[in-house]
Write a new protein. Structure first.
Length: 254
């Protein structure tokens, strides 16, 4: 944001239908890319990140990692159309149109351009896209939120009274639950809050017991569940309360 050109700032501010009070107050200085005003906003953003986002950042990253792994599996198994079909329920692939639940009626035409899909923890209920049609087409869609998503997998399993932990041990049960979405060793380490060597030890034991399979791709290793691992996880799955959501009417097309 601090490096955004003044011309882009002016254009973005002009697109806001109802700017927040701070933007209206600082509109002229922001539009001129005033360094003092930008520095003040930058400092406020840093402070907000430290207070609100940094404490739960590993969980935010874990949710995005899980979604990316899910989309990658859909792409590998069923191609581009399988990937687009996997984006439901708020997105529906009806060739050659991708329909989205959206607050307003709007059509977005790619005109030969690619569409960048961005999973987001901060996108709620309905996908969003960029207002400026001249920019690269981007579709931000909500990732799945489970109950207690802000907790680490280990903490959530403990709160559920996890029976799987009694069988495999707390750490490996947590690792098995995380691997159900497919992940690399580095992603597993980040998502369960351990070092990479520790995550590698967990995957080695789970692989030797036939619960996961690991496939090397260049300098990374992707871990997925075997049928035995899926069955074991399903049998010992703790019940999750169902979340409620309201879907806005209307559709956006791309």
């Amino acid at each position: 944001m601090l490096s955004t050109p003044a011309e882009r700032l002016r254009k973005d501010l002009a697109l806001l239908p109802a700017p927040p009070s701070w933007a209206r107050t600082w509109a002229s200085t922001l539009a001129d890319a005033d360094r003092t005003a930008l520095a003040a906003i930058g400092e406020a953003l840093h402070d907000y990140h430290s207070a609100a986002l940094a404490p739960v950042w590993p969980r935010l990253q874990a949710l995005v990692d899980a979604d990316r792994a899910q989309r990658a599996r859909a792409l590998i198994d069923h191609g581009t159309e399988g990937l687009l079909r996997s984006l439901g329920p708020t997105l529906r692939w009806r060739p050659p149109v991708l329909e989205a639940d959206y607050p307003v009626d709007r059509d977005l035409y790619l005109n030969g351009r690619g569409l960048l899909l961005v999973p987001s923890v901060f996108c709620w209920r309905t996908p969003v896209t960029l207002v400026d049609p001249e920019l690269r087409p981007v579709l931000v869609y909500p990732v799945s939120h489970e109950a207690g998503w802000w907790l680490r997998p280990a903490d959530r399993a403990h709160a559920e009274g996890d029976r799987l932990s009694q069988l495999l041990g707390h750490s490996r049960a947590t690792a098995l639950r995380v691997i159900q979405d497919g992940c690399t060793t580095g992603e597993l380490a980040r998502r369960i809050g351990v070092t990479a060597p520790t995550a590698s030890q967990h995957t080695a034991i789970l692989r030797e017991t036939g619960l996961i399979i690991s496939v090397r791709c260049r300098n990374t290793v992707l871990h997925t569940l075997t049928p035995l691992g899926i069955d074991l996880l399903s049998i010992n799955l703790a019940p999750q309360p169902k979340a409620r959501s309201t879907i806005s009417r209307g559709a956006a097309q791309s």
